[in-house]
Design a protein around this ligand. Structure first.
Ligand SMILES: NC(=O)c1ccc[n+]([C@@H]2O[C@H](COP(=O)([O-])OP(=O)(O)OC[C@H]3O[C@@H](n4cnc5c(N)ncnc54)[C@H](O)[C@@H]3O)[C@@H](O)[C@H]2O)c1
Length: 427
């Protein structure tokens, strides 16, 4: 198997680590991206995204000639599609946008030969793999002579290089033979279990996993609003409730963001609008938490403006969608900062993981503490959680939307149950 060439289409957070891993596992890998910046950076042995341990693997595999990047697809034996799958906005129920998947698949159609394997890794609505197959057939490809499968990615940004190898994988082919061929391919570089199913089940499996997370976070977010109304500290409440041996409430935050949990449940709702009632409600609760945070900050700023006799200034601590990453996609913190700025107020941001932002002045924590009248802690970045920062933020009266300032008080005892292994899953 390993004397084969793999063409990875889409070299972002999923495609580039996958391409680098395959190259280090002995495959000849050609990565393809429409972004010239990404391609040029990778061909210099460097990376254009932030992901621990990725740079060394890219540098080594490019230097060894096992990984190279191009702006158009290259003939290979295995094609992996790792392009974005956002949703179309503007409708009551956001609709999945599989146009990137179809464009990427179309771009390799002319290269496919008998025995090739095409794998879709992008998170996709149920039926997309079959749709890809029909599209390829429409392009004149003899789809009965190739293998087509779906294999969703479950990695956690920040731990991608270890999870790509260690996680169990679900592989679903269009036919049983497709499943077997694709699963055998994954077994050459994955140490976790490779579980075989059909394409539709694999597609829904990924969506179900992220909907499960979204629903569980929604309970925490809803409780945080209820607690605020009733003068109860939600962090203490959750800590106490989690001492029940079969309870594991997650942590509330400023909403739910990112390109996965905030997006994928809509793919289920769009397909089954009448049946996906809880999944839809969870999306709405988590989106509402962000609007609630905007109102909370606005009220605090109005009071501060009246007290000071001049417009109050806000510092948003964190713009990323979760702690310790530079990814701002679908970020509730960014939405909050934007909404407050759009209401005519002065807003700066402290975001240790980015250097600059088009819309906001990025300042240091020291600068924010010295110049802002209202401080909203929106993301639990490690820089806001050390004891020195917590002390200063508490004395500045910072509003804490993510539990950064209650560090240590909301931990669950390690022995409580098996769930304690991953007790504080962040959105
Ligand atoms: N990032 C994650 O943590 C994560 C986890 C699980 C699943 N996923 C899923 O994986 C898929 C990819 O996500 P990502 O985070 O890597 O996205 P990304 O935006 O980081 O990367 C996608 C890349 O694809 C490129 N691209 C777009 N159209 C192309 C085309 N036609 N040909 C070649 N390149 C093209 C883009 O330029 C970009 O570099 C999505 O479906 C996402 O939902 C992501």
């Amino acid at each position: 198997m390993k004397n084969k060439t793999v063409c990875v289409v889409g070299l972002g957070y999923i495609g580039l680590p996958t391409a680098a891993l395959l190259a280090s596992a002995g495959y000849e890998v050609v990565g393809v991206d429409v972004s010239e910046h990404a391609v040029n950076t990778i061909n210099q042995g460097k990376i254009h995204i932030v992901e621990p341990d990725l740079d060394a693997v890219v540098q080594a595999t490019v230097a060894a000639g096992r990984l190279r990047a191009c702006t158009s697809p290259h003939a290979a034996d295995v094609y992996m599609i790792c392009v974005p799958t956002p949703f179309h906005e503007g409708t009551e129920i956001p609709q999945p946008n599989v146009e990137y998947v179809m464009a990427a698949t179309r771009s390799v159609a002319g290269l496919l030969k008998r025995g090739d394997l095409v794998i879709l890794e992008s998170t996709s609505p149920v039926g997309t793999t079959l749709e890809m197959r029909e599209m390829l057939a429409g392009q004149g490809v003899d789809v009965s002579s190739i293998h087509i499968a779906y294999c969703p990615e479950r990695v956690l940004p920040g731990k991608i290089m270890t999870e790509l190898v260690g996680n169990d994988r679900v592989v679903g082919g269009v036919t049983q033979a497709d499943t077997r061929v694709a699963a055998d391919f994954y077994r050459t570089f994955v140490k976790g279990q490779v579980l075989e199913t059909d394409a539709k089940t694999a597609e829904l499996c990924k969506l179900a996993e992220n909907s499960f997370r979204d629903v569980n976070i929604a309970i925490a977010n809803e409780l945080s609003i209820i607690c605020d109304e009733q003068g109860i500290d939600v962090w203490k409440l959750i800590s106490l409730a989690n001492h029940h041996p079969r309870v594991n409430i997650l942590q509330p935050g400023a909403g739910v963001g990112g390109h996965c949990i905030a997006v994928d449940p809509w793919f289920i709702v769009a397909k089954s609008p009448a049946s996906a009632r809880l999944i839809r409600a969870a999306r709405e609760v988590n989106n509402h938490k962000t609007e609630w945070a905007v109102n909370k900050i606005s009220e605090t700023m109005t009071a501060a403006t009246q007290r000071l006799g001049r417009p109050a200034r806000l510092a948003c601590l964190g713009l990323a969608f979760k702690p310790d990453i530079d990814d701002l996609r679908e970020s509730p913190s960014l939405q909050i900062a934007r909404a407050i700025k759009a209401s005519g107020r002065q807003v700066v941001a402290v975001e240790p993981n980015i250097e600059a932002h088009d819309e906001f002045d990025i300042v240091s924590l020291e600068n924010a503490l010295a110049s802002a009248d209202v401080i909203a802690v929106l993301v639990k970045h490690k820089q806001f959680c050390d004891l020195h920062a917590i002390k200063r933020l508490l004395s500045a009266g910072a509003i804490d939307f993510c539990g950064a300032l209650t560090r240590g008080k909301n931990r669950r005892p390690a022995s409580t149950s098996q769930l304690a292994a991953a007790p504080y899953l962040e959105p």
